[in-house]
Design a protein around this ligand. Structure first.
Ligand SMILES: *Cc1c(COP(=O)(O)O)cnc(C)c1O
Length: 433
């Protein structure tokens, strides 16, 4: 598979080029140059084969010829080593739990897969690859765990001191090995500025081999097709059209859903479920795209005012609003509605949904109200409720059970190094280490 830029000016590149670069040189985002459909017979086989085998078959056309089959097999089997559970709350409402990985959120799929691909692509390099990540909480832990112990790669995570929860902080500052966490005396914007400055520092880039691991990297999107196939395998066989509701922020997850549909999975429509940061639902409604500063909400991993995968959505729909509207229906939920929904779901089904998942369920329910014809809803559950224990307690009056994994991290010592928000200090650190 070759990869092209959404801006269509940069030359085609290989998967290796696209993954190591992240952003195309023309400023666009990398897209697979063509997406091949699997036959209905092969999709039927997908229901019966072991899941690793299915992921391997889904990934193969995207990874050939850069990644030999035995390497791809190893990448897939090591990266996706946790279950995807489908919980049917009712015959028409299914929850796809994507939070059983090491950091209890769906970002584990993308980060673990991409880390291993990068590890393969940099083998034989004499200089270690340094992955720089600025995080406001969740991305840091998924990326850190994804790269933990991957040879030839070190990860430097910048996070704003005292502005993230202890549970978030302990998940990526206690790891050691090839993971360094810098506790920046400043805001998330300061962290992002330091990282951007490092990438545009020509001198520094001659001395160090730097890359980024944010969600514009195509290496994070490809494995997000896997769990759509996992849903297809577990859903009761039915001719009822499937509506997939995706709690969305940067829209990487929804982009991967459309990739999954293009390889042949039967999805009638996607629902872009957002919190108050509803730039995309607003675009679907009005045809006007107005990026703006993010508004803080309870579903904070979706507090994005300028979704960075939007160019990919447009590209997949040939830059036409009416095609986008055919593919995606938009819905926005307020914090108040989110809390009420968490309570309603708990009261009715005894199920504890995290605030992001609740936004997704609200999107499906709103869709159903406007579209009375028969359909079944699949809601992607993007985070474990224990990651948002405070909001859960507020909504349903009790705290969700703390998974052992999270409890173990809370007991460990924080190993982060203090860092000022002055670029020269950060630069000096990168050069010295
Ligand atoms: C990142 C994240 C999202 C948003 O995913 P996008 O791909 O950015 O749209 C939703 N929920 C949780 C819990 C997340 O961590």
């Amino acid at each position: 598979m070759r990869y092209r830029s959404t801006s269509r000016e940069a030359p085609l590149t290989s998967l290796r080029g696209a993954v190591l670069r992240g952003l195309a040189p023309d400023g666009g985002l990398y897209m697979p140059a063509e997406i091949a459909r699997h036959s209905p017979e092969e999709l039927e086989e997908f229901r019966r084969l072991p899941f690793t085998e299915v992921c391997f078959r889904v990934a193969k056309p995207f990874a050939t010829p850069d990644v030999p089959e035995e390497v791809l097999w190893q990448v897939v089997s090591e990266a996706i080593n946790f279950p995807v559970n489908l919980v049917s709350l009712s015959p028409g409402l299914h929850i796809l739990e994507l939070f059983h990985g090491p950091t209890l959120a769906f970002k584990d799929f993308g980060a673990r897969f991409m880390a291993r691909l990068m590890g393969y692509f940099v083998r034989g390099e004499t200089r270690p690859l340094t992955v720089l990540v600025a995080t406001s909480g969740d991305t840091g832990s998924a990326v850190a765990h994804g790269f933990l112990g991957v040879p030839g790669i070190r990860v430097v995570i910048l996070y704003p001191s005292k502005r993230i929860s202890e549970a978030q902080e302990k998940q990526f500052t206690t790891l050691g090995e090839n993971i360094t966490a810098l506790e920046v005396a400043g805001t998330f914007d300061d962290c992002q500025r330091l990282v951007k400055q490092a990438f545009s520092d020509v001198e520094l880039n001659k001395r160090a081999f730097l890359t980024s691991a944010n969600s514009i990297n195509i290496g994070r999107l490809l494995p997000q097709m896997f769990y759509h196939v996992a849903a297809y395998r577990q859903l009761p066989v039915a001719s009822v059209p499937l509506i997939v509701s995706v709690p969305s922020g940067n829209f990487g997850n929804l982009t991967a859903g459309i990739f999954a549909k293009r390889i042949g999975l039967p999805v009638a429509q996607f629902v872009a479920s957002t919190n108050a940061n509803d730039v995309v639902p607003e675009y679907l409604r009005s045809g006007e795209f107005h990026p703006r500063a993010a508004t803080p909400t309870y579903s904070n991993a979706m507090d994005v005012g300028n979704p960075n995968n939007f160019p990919r959505l447009l590209d997949l729909c040939r830059n036409r609003l009416e095609y986008l509207q055919k593919e995606i229906w938009g819905h926005r939920a307020t914090d108040e509605e989110t809390l009420q929904e968490m309570k309603a779901i708990h009261d009715r089904f005894g199920y504890i949904a995290d605030p992001h998942t609740a936004v997704g369920i609200l999107g499906w329910e709103a869709y159903k109200l406007e579209h009375p014809e028969p359909a079944q809803g699949l809601v992607l559950a993007t985070a474990h409720p224990a990651k948002f224990a405070d909001v859960v307690r507020k909504a349903i009056g009790i705290a969700p059970p703390l998974p052992d994994r999270l409890a173990a991290y809370l007991k460990r010592d924080k190993l982060s190094l203090p860092m000022s928000s002055v670029y020269d200090d950060f630069r000096q650190f990168l050069v010295a280490h």
